[in-house]
Design a protein around this ligand. Sequence first.
Ligand code: G3H
Ligand code: 13P
Ligand code: ZN
Length: 309
Amino acid sequence: MPFVTTKDMFEKSMKEKFAIGAFNINNMEFVQAIMDAAAKEHSPVILQTSASAIKYARIPYLKKMIEAGLEEHDIPVVLHLDHGPDFETCKLCVDSGYTSVMFDGSKYDFETNVKLTKEVVDYAHAHGVVVEAELGKLAGIEDDVHVAEDDAMFTDPDQAKEFVERTGCDSLAIAIGTSHGAYKFKGEAKLRFDILAKVKEKIPNTPIVLHGASTVVPELVAICNKYGGSLPGAKGVPDEMLHQASISGVSKVNVDTDLRLAMTAGIRETMSEDPTIFDPRKYLGKGRELIEETVAHKMRDVFGSSNKA
Ligand code: G3H
Ligand code: 13P
Ligand code: ZN
């Protein structure tokens, strides 16, 4: 089966109230773990590459590894550009066979974001590729202001409607309190489900995307810390909140940090348990195993995408 676009997947997700996991990939072990999990769960899946993943692994390798997975598994798979920083990167991915690209104009003012997003939409649509855009700001690790404390950073539902109408984007990433990385909340985890509900009211037919949605799985953090890591105070979005989001109109849930933690936990544990090991297949294999378990759990118990392929 060739790569599909998100169109049919998202239509089904909105109708049947579940979300599809979008997992970041950087090397073969990630691709295999995610695709094996999706196949076992009979789940649709989105594999996404950031601009830095492209720089690290290079498009032909990333693409062909997924194509290899599709020789083994008959599941709907989207190849998506995550956080496309500019038109050129989006164009490169469209021209290279990606079926979906994100243009992230969230750092620009509203009018500039509209203009730049529309340029990407026009090009992508002319080539049969769908576009995810972003409105509102997720707090970055480097930001001093915590997003939950600054209302101005959340997505404005009225602006969301105008943005989608003017850009013609196919899906919209919104800011409701999540952030990228392993340190999402200083205190208790809190998401603005009220904003999500208002956005859905304004744009009921537009699939909504949640970035920065890793759980920062406590068990994986504990393994990392037990075997020499140092991730004090790491905290993510609890599974129950992600499940709530998945049945409340979020169609795509982005996960990178949890997979990085799984791989690191596997490597740290294997190497520490037996310091004589120097065969990369041993520690990468354990990392791959933990990624697969993590992805399968999300599909089955959190997003509800199992058996929706
Ligand atoms: O949202 C960003 C993703 O976690 C990708 O991160 O640019 O380090 O690959 P990266
Ligand atoms: P996490 O850092 O929470 O995994 O978010 C990943 C993401 O949003 C990729 O675009
Ligand atoms: Zn993101």
